[in-house]
Design a protein around this ligand. Structure first.
Ligand code: ADP
Length: 385
């Protein structure tokens, strides 16, 4: 009986939680991490410290791994192609992953597939931004660097052609994508997992609430979601996974809008090809978590049941506050709510940094939401009771 070795590139919390989900499956993990202190490096047995942008480091790391998968999207696709040429299974592969790395490539491909997207265009200077605005409803428009953004960094709300936000995005020398500012009702996410065999599962569509560009709360399933729209969002995510050849977890971040007749509709915001913050609720709220299904998919094992275990599950991110020691607060939260599920990432607490999340579940959404909010706010130090 030989259990495979999963090579994870990137030492963040997603790798930590993927490893956690792989333990009861009897899997072995090897990690390529930037530092020995990274979240996953603290818990994985075999850690290589090195630079994921260096091909020779990746090649040496891949020795002894049965498959390579990722905590983030930042490994250059040419390196992934080189690993594949060496005979290493890379999942998701470079041809899929490029759509999660580059928002320009993603928009072009999704538009070709007929997936609903905001009006968009690559732009090269502020005059181009003004032209893009004039072709639509005018300002405001959204500018995004096509690569390297996360948690709202790399996204600018531009109110006019001469605002500094119309110039700043071009300073990094990275191509810039202009998008209409979508007047959305709320943000949703459709999470699916696909295996090389083509088996796929879809989680219920969730509502994702952002504060200052950072995911704050996720409600599963999305309350009052039109049933047809929910089915449409799941079908769209499954189709994107298939067309792009995604292996593993795919998060399709969506805007819920209203069409000209006032009917609910969706537009795709962006794609992530790894476990995603909008799927953390599945650890305690679904029969099989996104992490367990991601690892099953990359090993081409049969996938697990994605259905919810409770009527409602709420995930709230725990951000660092002004108090570096969270241990006392954490003790209080455990005493306050014995049903609370706490997931800490082993990170140093810094103001605004995601250091963990909590999950709550039950039959009464108001109660489930209030308990998750209480714990996240108490851990951050914004409430004292
Ligand atoms: P990141 O890669 O940093 O997560 P996103 O493209 O997801 O960047 O954008 C971050 C947030 O900015 C989104 O969650 C949404 O709230 C807002 N946003 C992004 N694009 C648009 C848009 N076209 N219209 C309105 N809001 C947007």
């Amino acid at each position: 009986m030989t259990f495979p070795v999963v090579g994870m590139v990137g030492g963040g919390q997603l790798a930590r939680m993927t490893h956690e989900a792989g333990i009861p499956l009897g899997l072995r993990f090897k990690l390529l991490s930037d530092t020995p202190q990274d979240s996953a490096a603290q818990v994985v047995g075999e850690v290589v410290v090195g630079d994921h942008r260096d091909l020779e480091t990746l090649r040496a790391f891949a020795q002894g791994c049965d498959v390579i998968t990722f905590d983030h999207e930042h490994v250059p696709v040419e390196h992934l192609r080189a690993l594949e040429a060496d005979g290493v299974p890379v999942r998701p592969g470079p041809d899929a992953l490029v759509h999660a790395q580059d928002k320009g490539v993603m928009r072009e491909r999704l538009t070709a597939l007929g997936a609903p997207c905001p009006r968009h265009r690559l732009v090269s200077d502020p005059a181009d931004v003004a032209a893009f605005a004039a072709e639509g409803d005018g300002f405001p428009v959204i500018l995004k660097t096509v690569r390297g953004g996360y948690d709202g960094k790399g996204v600018w709300f531009v109110r006019s052609a001469d605002a500094p936000e119309a110039r700043d995005p071009f300073l990094a020398g990275v191509p810039v994508l202009a998008e209409e500012k979508v007047d959305f009702v709320r943000e949703l996410a459709a999470n699916v997992v696909r295996s090389p065999h083509g088996q796929a599962v879809a989680y219920p569509v969730v509502e994702s609430r952002q504060v200052d560009g950072v995911c704050d709360t996720v409600i599963a399933p999305a309350p009052d979601l039109d049933e047809d729209l929910g089915g449409e969002a799941q079908a769209l995510a499954l189709r994107i996974a298939e067309e792009l050849g995604v292996v593993g977890h795919l998060a399709v971040e969506l805007f819920e809008t209203r069409d000209a007749e006032g009917r609910p509709a969706i537009l795709v915001n962006e794609l992530a090809m790894r476990p995603h913050n909008s799927g953390h609720w599945t650890q305690d709220g679904a029969v099989t978590s996104q992490f367990a299904n991601h690892v099953r998919a990359v090993l081409d094992l049969p996938l697990g049941d994605p259905r919810p275990r409770a009527k409602w599950t709420v995930m709230a991110n725990v951000l660092g506050g002004d108090y570096p020691d969270m241990y006392r607060a954490y003790l209080h939260c455990m005493a306050h709510d014995p049903q609370l599920k706490i997931h800490m990432y082993g990170k140093d607490v810094k103001p605004g940094r995601k250091v963990g999340h909590v999950n709550t579940y039950g039959d009464d959404l108001d109660d489930v939401l209030a308990r998750a909010r209480h714990a996240a706010d108490y851990l951050r130090g914004t409430i004292q009771e």
